[in-house]
Design a protein around this ligand. Structure first.
Ligand SMILES: *Cc1c(COP(=O)(O)O)cnc(C)c1O
Length: 402
């Protein structure tokens, strides 16, 4: 249980310059300062406008399938000795929480009088989500993707094209996500009058970390009400979510931060910015980043392409510093075990990303650091279909356990 000192460090607005403590800010080329300011002003107005918020929630209900349920996991709970509740973002249209953000930013694009969105993508999931929202709202869409990622994620490239998006190969640097972000920002500079940059997580320059958290807080707001209905008016003891950039975790934490639940974000062991990162500036923000001795950004390594970002959103860096949230890491082997555990006990195949949160929970329940009998809410950020082939490649026939 967290003490009242944790309560002071809630998730309110960042400072006027977009800071969460020493993190955040707006480190962009001069040409993008007015663009970021325009997005900030437009979102501030939209988020205070009942018509905009109503349209956003209508689309989340009628198109994305919200509210998503909270599922009580009887057999998994029995196995782990803690009561496990899953917030089922895997049941949304497109199969992950990313839809919440892109519907919000798509509507914002329309509200700003723009007709075009650009996005960057690593594993392809945010690109597919953005292309989906663009098709829904009649916006044209260009997605920047590292050439290496395009080869690795052929099916998602095809999906984006089916949805009407242009996919542009980025050939600079390591030809992966961080290069795609750089390229998308460069493209935004030259097209800012017509184009909104739809960023995929709680990162980048102000207002994105705050705006994307607000667009994802529907997860935590729903879950808090659902938990209180299930738990006789109380919050769970522990709230846990996986962290890539940190948007599903931030949206989940936003619903519980003012209470006393223990908040836990789980990164991939090969990309744990809180554990191994140091403060630095990348992609328009100051945050904790994986860097070598000379300050070069290091590649994050993970079995899960969605968790291989070499940094973490600035608000998470801040919450780690204040101690209101804690951050842990999970390794590939325990993640694969956790994925199979949930599949066998509950009939739910999770995406590899939320399997990191499950791996942490399984380990913590077994070693007692989450005490027996605790109630735990875990955000099931996405479904496992997209990863099934990769998991099959690793496990082969060994998944068929007695
Ligand atoms: C993209 C993705 C993530 C990681 O993104 P966050 O911004 O950290 O939430 C996690 N889970 C799933 C299923 C994803 O698609």
């Amino acid at each position: 249980m967290t003490t009242t000192t944790g309560r002071a460090a809630g998730m309110g607005q960042p400072t006027a310059t977009g800071r969460f403590g020493e993190f955040g800010g707006r480190y962009v080329p001069e040409a993008l300062v007015p663009a970021c300011a325009e997005v900030e002003e437009a979102f501030r107005a939209a988020w205070a406008d009942p018509a905009f918020v109503g349209r956003y929630h209508d689309l989340l209900r009628d198109y994305a399938g919200r509210p998503t349920p909270v599922t009580e996991c009887a057999r998994l709970s029995e196995e782990l000795g803690v009561r496990v509740l899953l917030k089922r973002e895997d049941l949304t249209h497109t199969g992950s929480h990313k839809i919440n953000n892109v519907i919000g930013q798509g509507l914002l694009t329309v509200a700003m009088g723009k007709r075009r969105v650009i996005a960057e993508t690593g594993a392809g999931q945010h690109g597919v989500a953005t292309a989906t929202a663009a098709a829904l709202l009649g916006l044209s869409c260009t997605v920047y993707m590292g050439e290496l990622d395009m080869a690795r994620q052929e099916l998602n490239v095809f999906r984006m094209r089916l949805l009407g998006a242009d996919v542009v190969a980025v050939r600079s640097g390591s030809r992966t996500l961080k290069d795609a972000v750089n390229e998308a920002m460069r493209a935004w500079v030259s097209e800012v009058d017509t184009t909104h940059y739809c960023l995929g997580s709680v990162m980048g320059p102000h207002p994105y970390p705050w705006m994307v958290r607000e667009l994802q807080r529907v997860i935590g707001d729903e879950a808090r009400e659902q938990c209180r209905a299930l738990l006789g008016g109380t919050d769970p003891d522990v709230v846990v979510a996986c962290v890539g950039g940190g948007s599903n975790a931030a949206g989940t934490f936003a619903g519980f931060v003012s209470g006393s639940a223990r908040l836990v974000g789980v990164e991939a062991a090969g990309g744990s910015a809180v554990g191994r990162g140091v403060p630095g500036v990348l992609h328009g923000m100051r945050s904790l980043l994986l860097q070598d001795e000379t300050g070069q950004i290091k590649e994050a390594e993970s079995i899960s392409a969605g968790l291989d970002y070499p940094g973490i959103g600035p608000e998470h860096a801040y919450l780690a510093g204040t101690g209101r949230a804690e951050y842990a890491a999970a390794g590939d082997d325990e993640v694969l075990d956790a994925l199979q555990l949930l599949a066998r006990t509950e009939g739910i195949i999770p995406a590899l990303e939320p399997a990191h949160a499950l791996a942490w929970l399984a380990r913590s329940a077994r070693d007692g650091s989450v005490p027996a009998g605790s109630t735990v809410l875990l955000t099931m950020s996405g479904r496992g279909d997209k990863d099934a082939e990769a998991v099959m490649g690793i496990l082969g026939g060994s998944a068929a356990r007695p």
